[in-house]
Design a protein around this ligand. Structure first.
Ligand code: NAD
Length: 330
């Protein structure tokens, strides 16, 4: 692939304008790309422009939109016709987590784009190696996994499948810095990528402690919020050990590893909630109880928190040093 150019010179396609597709479109517009958005079904098309405009307004109100909203809308084309993707250097698939639907979408994309156009998926759950088998020219296929809302989160996980050409992944990795991301690059895909594996290891252990009556979810949430939450965005995992000392950690590893859960079953309480169609905050049926007002308050609090943590993280970049911090905050 050629050396990186200005995002304004790179047309990016997004297929699927649901929750994530629309916030990804806003992230790309905010970064200066021209965006071609495909609504794969009629229902998507009807509301697409309004959905994106609402998200542009949110992005603007958060102070994260360097261009005007009319300018961004000028840079955007929305259609149900895949032919508008013809000049895209990168196309992101963002449709529902259904492998057969994704397969149909890949065919429609690769029928119209150039042979070296990168095709990616925002999938959270399907292995990139599996998806790339469905794509003509599988070596140009990668995972580009955003967090919601894409325009106000630093996280971005880029994942290669078994036959991905790493030149494509490196190109996206470099470009992702123009999207305000702190991207990670997984050179070989593993089930669950990095973040899911980390979080599910934590969930397994805490459900194990709760199931055994050792603690309760309120205390578990407090411990995670106010201990881990007080350092994780600054340090990540390994700088934390550098900071606290390897020797102590080595002692704890030795003592604790044999005590940790290896359970392979879904925790009972989770099975019960799923059986009762519990969808947490979405239908007020989860582990905690919510009134409709409380559910809305949590949604609003999360949106505000996302903006604040995005800004906070920006003033402590990955390779933090006093000099860089002064540069960022000046
Ligand atoms: N929601 C999140 O927080 C999140 C985070 C990371 C990754 N993801 C992943 O992003 C992808 C999209 O998730 P979302 O949350 O935006 O979902 P969504 O339900 O909001 O949107 C799904 C999109 O799929 C399209 N679609 C539905 N039926 C279709 C069909 N028959 N043919 C073609 N397209 C169809 C819809 O048009 C819609 O645009 C999924 O792979 C999901 O796992 C979601």
């Amino acid at each position: 692939m050629s050396i990186l150019k200005n995002p304004a010179d790179i047309e990016v396609g997004v297929v699927g304008i649901g929750l994530m597709g629309s916030s990804i479109i806003v992230c790309l517009l905010a970064s200066g790309h021209r965006v071609k958005a495909i609504a794969p079904i009629g229902a998507d098309f009807v509301n697409a422009k309004k959905r994106i405009k609402d998200q542009l307004i949110n992005c603007d109100q958060a102070g994260l939109l360097p261009k005007t909203i009319p300018h961004c809308l000028d840079m955007l084309e929305i259609s149900m016709d895949y032919n508008i993707l013809a000049n895209c250097g990168l196309v992101m698939e963002c449709v529902i987590e259904d492998i057969n639907i994704k397969k149909q979408v890949y065919k429609k994309i690769t029928d119209v784009v150039a042979g070296n156009t990168i095709v990616s998926s925002n999938t959270s759950a399907i292995a990139i190696t599996i998806l790339q088998k469905l794509v003509a020219g599988p070596e140009r296929f990668i995972g580009i996994h955003f967090a919601e809302p894409a325009y106000a989160t630093r996280f971005l996980e880029i994942t290669c499948g078994e036959v991905t050409d790493t030149n494509y992944a490196n190109w996206v990795f470099a470009l992702a810095h123009c999207w305000g991301k702190e991207p990670t690059l997984l050179r070989k895909d593993i089930k669950g990528f990095i973040t899911n594996r980390l979080m599910y290891a934590v969930y397994r252990e805490i459900f194990h402690l709760i199931d055994n009556g050792k603690t309760n979810m309120e205390d578990a949430d407090k411990a995670f919020r106010y201990d881990v939450g007080s350092w994780i965005t600054l340090m990540g995992l390994f700088r934390r050990i550098d900071y606290c000392g390897w020797e102590d950690h080595a002692v704890m590893f030795k003592k604790l590893f044999p005590q940790l859960s290896n359970a392979e079953y879904v925790p009972e309480v989770m099975g019960d909630i799923v059986a009762q169609n519990g969808r947490g905050i979405q239908n007020l049926n989860g582990l905690y109880t919510y009134s409709p007002r409380e559910a809305k308050d949590w949604e609003e609090a999360f949106a505000v928190f996302n903006e604040e943590i995005f800004r906070l993280a920006a003033s402590y970049p990955v390779s933090y040093s006093r000099k860089e911090r002064i540069l960022v905050s000046s």
